[in-house]
Design a protein around this ligand. Structure first.
Ligand SMILES: Nc1nc2c(c(=O)[nH]1)N[C@H]1C(S)=C(S)[C@@H](COP(=O)(O)OP(=O)(O)OC[C@H]3O[C@@H](n4cnc5c(=O)[nH]c(N)nc54)[C@H](O)[C@@H]3O)O[C@H]1N2
Ligand SMILES: Nc1nc2c(c(=O)[nH]1)N[C@H]1C(S)=C(S)[C@@H](COP(=O)(O)OP(=O)(O)OC[C@H]3O[C@@H](n4cnc5c(=O)[nH]c(N)nc54)[C@H](O)[C@@H]3O)O[C@H]1N2
Ligand code: SF4
Ligand SMILES: [Mo]
Length: 768
């Protein structure tokens, strides 16, 4: 059986081609090329009829929710032919492919053979078409019936000395219905070990917003964008990761908003936009999006925001009552005086040095904000995946609070979520730290005692498996091995397990680095038609702005052996819990309306769920912060005081952020090009400032190895090509997941425990 070679190393996940082509970064996003690229991806994976059938229902009110990101659909006008972007089309192509992996594929290809492929090649293989099982010591996955698979898993789960030895991961594509049943099963089985992708994603936002504003979600709706005076976009690359956000920004600009972008890179999508769905776009008339671009150093954001609030304070001192919203601050917030005292101790020029942005530019940004009252702050992974992420996000909130820019139209917080239902999964109970309210509701409705002890999040789950405390690993979607930090450690952790199980649509590396035994359970994706007892079922999702909508796939599944995620959970629960269970799993599996009837009883905000979700466009969940109610313990919004910390670097060290290329969805690699950044045919690149390249005695095009020594352990990845790029000095960028092996498991954000994937200390040495 293959072992060591399976771990991504110099050759994996992406083989080093050495064949990089460097062009000029693009200055305009989308436009006609985007339309052409979408079509190409669709046609590579399926025939035109199937492709068209899928695209015509993508993001339509009677169609299915895009399996890409969590950006919301417009509440009102939707284009009837193309309410999606290039990356949405790629996500559909990836999922709705007509290629499939049957028993003969697994008989012909050993696990070791498959592990030798790149992630790109693995993704191109097609949908997993039937359940497969890898017995202990075997070299090939082999077919297994659904019944036998469930029995095997149940036997393992029931043999554990404690339910806390099992770990149940969730990725963010799972529907509300599946996620709700999954957490219910896991809790009735007896554990809160429910790590999810959110632990690596917006957990820091959840913690920061929960503590400061009383709700761990954003407060704005899409309409707020069109009323905003200023939109600040921090640590986010919407042109690639939330492309339809550009349409919202374009509309906001047309209505007079000023856009400020904060990013170490001049990301194309923040510069100019050609909307292929408008006449202007078609005629090549672009919209200039960002008015003020602040090129911060990696993790310079806390210092930058503080510099902005200090400049606002100076103006308020000069003209009292003209800058801050005194009435709002007095009525609705706590901690203002302490924050102002702290601010007065700050040194403006030091803050400018700390964030790496010239003071004149910060002053320009302050000027754009000073007399504005309707400000929206958007952010994503550039803020959340840092040691001080929670404090940085709270500093963004401080700015909004000073301006009274929360709880009113055109203003508020907008953490832009990643996976299409990551927010919904959390809403319906996927959380290793469940609230007492949730547990009490479960107890009341079902009559069993859910466990109260908090469970493992992603990082602690890896440690538990590494240390032999986690023995069965079950994943509802995702690609745990490649998405998590410290790849070698995670690989060993998974190998330590007795059994690893993945409910998946596509083959990925987590199926190839496995426990002693392993099972893959193939499921429907968003685009698949799901018919039970002759009736078409639908599921529901929550987007980044708290709208619950239905999603109904319309494509014939590639295989008759797939099950839906809700059905898989019901059958797993029946097999594992048997007659002990207090839940009527059979009823849930007969019609998803029954699941929603009970979600309504357990989760606040879902009243009349079945009726309201059938209305075109769905419904908004309640949101205190949006309505100006702060559901913190004090019933007030909280200012937060946090000092700026700067990274001390030795002369031969620099900082590395791991980012997404334009041709991937997380660990799914669609292609090897990063079109907007002008990098083609090779993912093993490191973007560096020319001064750093020369100071290290290197030249662009050199091949280097990357080292991290956090905690006294040496981590290394080999063969990366040095690319000269417009990035601040001492800052570098590489693609996720190739460099996850360098992200230390123990380097995490305070409070949220999110791996610090945007700041890894690096040493760079020429490859020998
Ligand atoms: N096509 C596509 N869409 C996606 C995804 C995908 O992989 N592909 N992934 C989905 C998921 S799960 C998520 S979470 C989102 C991710 O969406 P993003 O957060 O936009 O994704 P990243 O590539 O991680 O980009 C982070 C951005 O932050 C910047 N950055 C890094 N460090 C810092 C910093 O210290 N300060 C500041 N100000 N900026 C910084 C980087 O230059 C980059 O522009 O996208 C979702 N949508
Ligand atoms: N270094 C570094 N690491 C990171 C990040 C980073 O920026 N830098 N970002 C982090 C973030 S923000 C996130 S969200 C995580 C992502 O972590 P994950 O969510 O675990 O990873 P994905 O790559 O999104 O998972 C892709 C797999 O999900 C399965 N899948 C797709 N659709 C479905 C479906 O409908 N149902 C089921 N059951 N399975 C499906 C397919 O088999 C596919 O191979 O990665 C994190 N890791
Ligand atoms: S913006 Fe996101 S949700 Fe919308 S079509 Fe594109 S990938 Fe899909
Ligand atoms: Mo994410």
């Amino acid at each position: 059986m293959a072992t060591a070679s399976i771990v991504p190393n110099a050759e994996n996940p992406e083989k080093f081609t050495g064949d990089v082509k460097i062009g000029k970064p693009k200055t305009t996003a989308a436009g006609i090329p985007a339309v052409i690229f979408s079509a190409r991806h669709i046609l590579e994976e399926m025939n035109a009829a199937r492709g068209l059938k899928a695209l015509l229902k993508l993001n339509q009110k009677d169609g299915f929710d895009c399996p890409g990101c969590a950006w919301p659909d417009p509440d009102d006008e939707r284009s009837s032919i193309a309410e999606y972007c290039e990356n949405g089309a790629k996500a559909v192509a990836e999922e709705a492919t007509s290629k499939k992996l049957t028993a003969s594929f697994f008989a012909e290809n050993s696990v070791a053979d498959l592990a030798g492929l790149t992630d790109y090649e693995i993704g191109k293989k097609g949908r997993v078409a039937e359940p497969v099982y890898l017995p202990e010591g075997a070299t090939h996955y082999q077919p297994i019936s659904w019944d036998k698979a469930f029995k095997k898993i149940a036997r393992h789960l029931n043999a554990l000395s404690s339910p806390n030895e099992a770990i149940f991961y969730t990725s963010g594509r799972t529907s509300n219905e599946a996620a709700y049943l999954y957490q219910l099963f896991v809790r009735e089985y007896g554990t809160n070990n429910m790590p999810d992708c959110s632990n690596m994603c917006h957990e820091s936002s959840g913690v920061a917003l929960g503590e400061s504003l009383g709700i761990g979600k954003g407060s704005v709706t899409l309409d707020d964008f069109y009323m905003a005076e200023v939109i600040i976009i921090l640590g986010q690359n919407p042109g690639t990761n939330h492309p339809r956000m550009l349409t919202a920004l374009q509309k906001a600009k047309a209505k007079g908003a000023t856009i400020i972008a904060v990013n170490p890179l001049h990301e194309t999508g923040l510069l100019n936009f050609l909307n292929p769905q408008t006449v202007k776009g078609f005629l090549n008339i672009k919209t200039h999006l960002t008015d003020i671009f602040l090129q911060v150093k990696i993790n310079g954001d806390l210092a930058l925001i503080k510099a902005l609030t200090l400049l606002l304070l100076q103006e308020e001192d000069k003209h009292p009552g003209t800058v801050f919203d005194a009435e709002f601050i007095a009525a609705d917030t706590l901690g203002y005086a302490e924050y102002i005292t702290h601010l007065r101790q700050q040194d403006l020029s030091q803050l400018a040095i700390d964030c790496g942005v010239p003071l004149e530019q910060i002053e320009l940004a302050a000027k754009a904000i000073i007399h504005k009252k309707k400000i929206i702050a958007c952010w994503a992974m550039g803020l959340t995946q840092h040691k001080n992420a929670v404090d940085t996000i709270k500093e963004v909130v401080n700015l909004l609070l000073l301006k009274g820019s929360i709880g009113k139209p055109g203003a508020g917080t907008c953490p832009v979520r990643g996976h299409s239902n990551v927010q919904g999964d959390r809403t319906v109970g996927i959380f290793e730290k469940p609230s007492e309210q949730l547990l009490n509701a479960i107890q009341k409705v079902y009559g069993f005692d859910p466990p109260r002890e908090h469970g493992f999040d992603t990082v602690s789950a890896i440690k538990a498996m590494r240390d032999g405390k986690g023995k069965v690993f079950f994943a509802m979607g995702g690609n745990f091995l490649s998405a998590t930090p410290d790849t070698e450690v995670t690989a060993q952790a998974l190998r330590n397990c007795d059994l690893t199980i993945h409910v998946s649509t596509k083959l990925n590396r987590s199926h190839l680095v496995h426990g002693k035994e392993a099972i893959i359970l193939p499921c429907f994706g968003r685009s698949d038609e799901d018919i039970i007892n002759g009736e078409k079922q639908f599921v529901t999702c929550e987007n980044s702005m708290g709208v619950i909508q239905m999603s109904r796939g319309n494509l014939k599944p590639v295989s008759g052996h797939l099950l839906s995620e809700p059905t898989i959970v019901c059958r797993l629960a029946q097999a594992t819990l048997g007659s002990k269970s207090r839940v009527n799993w059979e009823r849930y599996s007969q019609h998803y309306d029954h699941i929603r009837e009970d979600i309504e009883k357990v989760i606040p905000g879902f009243n009349n769920y079945n009726e309201r979700v059938r209305r075109p466009g769905g419904f908004y969940l309640p949101n205190g912060a949006r309505e100006g109610r702060f559901e913190t313990q004090t019933r007030k919004a909280h200012f937060n005081v946090a000092d700026v910390t700067t990274q001390q670097l030795a002369p031969d060290e620099c900082m590395m952020m791991t980012i997404r290329s334009h041709d991937q969805f997380n660990t799914t690699i669609y292609g090897l090009d990063d079109r907007y950044r002008g990098i083609y045919q090779e993912r093993r690149v490191i973007l560096m400032n020319i001064k750093d390249i020369l100071a290290a005695g290197l030249q662009p095009g050199d091949i280097v190895d990357l080292y991290n020594e956090f905690g006294g352990t040496e981590r290394v990845v080999h063969k990366f090509i040095v690319v000269e790029y417009n990035i601040p000095e001492k800052c570098t960028a590489t693609y996720f997941p190739e460099t996850n092996a360098l992200v230390p498991l123990n380097s995490v954000a305070d409070k949220s425990n999110t791996p610090t994937s945007k700041l890894v200390i690096l040493k760079i040495k020429k490859s020998t």
